[in-house]
Every structure is written in C-alpha cells, then in structure tokens.
Design a protein around this ligand. Structure first.
Ligand code: ZN
Length: 221
C-alpha cells in the first residue's frame, strides 16, 4: 500500500516521505521491561521509507518470523531541513506535526540479533514495520514535554505514556539526531515507546491516540 503524509482532516502534505529516525530505550520503564540497560547516550536507528504504511483501517504483520511486538510512539513530522547543529528555535520551527505511530518489531529476531551484536534491520525495517496515523499540525501543541501516547488493544489499555517521561526530550533528541544525519522535510522522528509492549495477533482491534488530540482505530489484518 502506498503511503503519503497527510493531516488529520485528510489534506495531503506535500513533502515526500523520507526516512524514519528512531530512538530506542527512551523511557526507563520500557528499557527495564526488556531487561535492557538504560543507555547513557541516545540509541538511534533508522527505518527506511519503504517500511512505512498508513494505519488506515488496518495493517498487515508478518506471520512466520516469530512475534511482532507493537511499540506505540509519538511520531514527529519534519517540514523543513535542519542544519547539523540546529538551535532549539530552529527545531521547533521545523516540526510540522505530530501523530501516534507504531514501531513494529520482530522481537525474537531482534533478540537474536542483539545477542550476536548484529544490526537490527531484519527486526525493525521489514515492509509494514512503521505504521503512521495522520498528523495534527504542530501549532496545536504548546508544550512538547507534555504529549500523551496511548494504545488500547481489544478494549484494554496496553501502553499509556507521556513525553514528560522521555529520557531524551523531543527537542534535544532531534538536535542529537541532526548532528549525525541530515534531516529533511518529510523525514519522521519516532520518539521511543513507553512500557507495556507486547505481541500483536491477526484480528486485534487497536485504538491508537494522542489523548485529547487525535484518536484512530485500526485492525491487524
Ligand atoms: Zn521503538
């Protein structure tokens, strides 16, 4: 399924889909639940644009490579390129919008790769591994250190976090990312997942939301 960035009112956003820059273990409670140490510096990885699909009414998951874990995350859409060392104001000016998203992960595959010290692409970058909901304009957000993210599955809340618990808050995180990778309009930042990750099953009904801002439903096909 082809993907194009769009706002919650259905209008298309003209920036082309770029890459998805992600941070791992950005909430201490999530690092602990997977028995990972809390990193002393940001742990970054990139998902290619080819793995992005819209949440739409639903999305597919791989079924023959072990469990597929959901990781609900606040996604940030960039609407401008950033310099290598952007100021806080430049980062704020470059943010186009926010959406809830899923960083899907083949968890057993990732565990095997981690044990061998190998890169994570096989677990994190498969087609469909990044599920994005439509964005709400950044102008609707006054405090980036107080954005909620919540995922319910089959009526039960599984993840309920807030950006106030991030080890690396959104603006310094993007400054750190910009120092390592050129960031362009259309790139997406995935800001890490709070505790509560778990496996998805075909037929699961999801409600993915930035509480009080935007709310979407989708099923695992
Ligand atoms: Zn993640």
């Amino acid at each position: 399924m082809s993907y194009q960035h769009q706002y919650i009112d259905g209008t298309h956003i003209h920036y082309p889909l770029g890459k998805v820059v992600c941070i791992g273990r950005n909430y201490a409670e999530h690092a602990k639940e997977l028995n990972n140490p809390v990193p002393t510096e940001p742990l970054l990885f990139i998902k290619p644009g080819s793995c992005v699909v819209p949440l739409g009414g639903g999305f597919k998951i791989p079924t023959e490579r072990g469990s597929v874990h959901y990781e609900a995350e606040i996604a940030v859409l960039l609407g401008k390129a950033l310099s290598t060392h952007p100021t806080e104001e430049e980062v704020l000016d470059a943010i186009s919008g926010f959406a809830p998203a899923l960083d899907l992960t083949l968890r057993e595959v990732q565990t095997r790769l981690k044990e061998k010290g190998l890169p994570w692409e096989l677990a994190k970058s498969f087609d469909g591994a990044c599920v994005l909901a439509p964005f709400v304009s950044a102008s609707a957000f006054s405090d980036l250190t107080d954005i909620g993210i919540r995922l319910s599955i089959n009526g039960a809340v599984r993840q309920d976090g807030n950006s106030q618990s991030m080890l690396n808050p959104i603006v310094p995180m993007i400054q750190y990312m910009a120092a390592h990778f050129s960031l362009h309009a259309g790139d997406v930042i995935m800001t890490g997942t709070p505790a509560g990750v778990g496996a998805l099953s075909v037929g699961d009904e999801l409600v993915l939301e930035l509480p009080g801002v935007s709310r979407f439903t989708g099923s695992v096909l």
